[in-house]
Design a protein around this ligand. Structure first.
Ligand code: AKG
Length: 259
């Protein structure tokens, strides 16, 4: 379950790691079905616990929405990856789904998640993108600018237009079932979906224990869910952590591209 040296090196130097075939087709299908059900149930309120985004369907607070998501946030191999980026003391910041609508021309600006730069102790944010559709060059795959997680700069500090194509940008493509671990200080962002089908991803987002969660899990999770969570999950969600309660008033309320 641990990372091998090549994986660790890739994550350190490139700022991301692609794990192909991480999910079985059955697991992909089960997540897709549950997410489709949630979109139907939540209708126009979908994503409202966090934010809504142009030409995009979003869900937030997914740990509250089924055991399939509880398992996802605590995957041992992914925990080892997050620990390689953030160190051993980290927590879940949020679990969201994001679907780029068909025929959209919406491009996210290049950004670092929560607008965070690394601090004197190192990196503070790490995002995991679960591909629930094939990501192709046409259907709105994320773009990224290699090695910018070590630039010490936010894109908006140095680019005249973070929405524009960057000369060094690359696209993350891959088959459904792939999982991409991303140092979330890497400059990245969703691109336009030029196809006739939606493009769906799950984002499990982690932060270091000493920074605020994007979504304060203790307030958002129902009491039923909180009561049945294992000690491991309670720790991962920082449900019994007084420091996290103090930080909740500083809760970033930001992810992705909105700063
Ligand atoms: O789903 C994607 O393509 C990436 C989206 C992203 O980077 C974000 O919402 O912050």
């Amino acid at each position: 379950m641990m990372l091998n040296e090549a994986e660790r090196h890739q994550l350190e130097t490139e700022g991301f790691l692609v794990l192909e075939d991480f999910m079985t087709p059955q697991r992909v299908e089960a997540m897709r079905l549950r997410i489709a059900e949630l979109f139907r149930e939540q209708g126009k309120n979908a994503g409202g616990e966090f934010k809504q985004e142009p030409q995009t369907d979003r869900l937030a607070n997914l740990v509250n929405c089924g055991e399939i998501f509880e398992e996802a946030v605590a995957e041992p191999k992914l925990m080892a990856c997050v620990s390689a980026v953030l160190g051993p003391e980290f927590k879940l910041s949020s679990l969201n789904a994001r679907s780029a609508r068909p025929h959209s021309d919406w491009v996210q600006p290049l950004h670092c998640d929560t607008g965070a730069l690394p601090d004197e102790h190192g990196f503070t944010v790490c995002n995991i993108v679960w591909l629930l559709d094939d990501f192709t060059t046409e259907n709105g795959p994320p773009r990224y600018v290699p090695r910018t997680h070590r630039s010490g700069k936010l894109p908006e500090q140095v680019l005249s237009n973070p929405m524009a194509d960057h000369e060094d940008q690359r696209l993350i493509t891959g088959k459904a079932g792939t999982v991409v671990v991303m140092n979330a200080h890497l400059w990245h962002g969703g691109t336009a979906n030029r196809t006739a089908r939606p493009r769906l991803a799950l984002h499990s987002f982690y932060c270091r224990r000493d920074v605020p969660q994007q979504q304060y899990q203790k307030r958002l999770l129902s009491s039923d869910v909180q009561q049945r969570l294992s000690p491991l999950l309670r720790k991962l969600l920082a449900l019994d952590d007084p420091l996290n309660d103090d930080l909740s008033s500083l809760q970033s309320g930001r992810s992705g591209f909105m700063k």
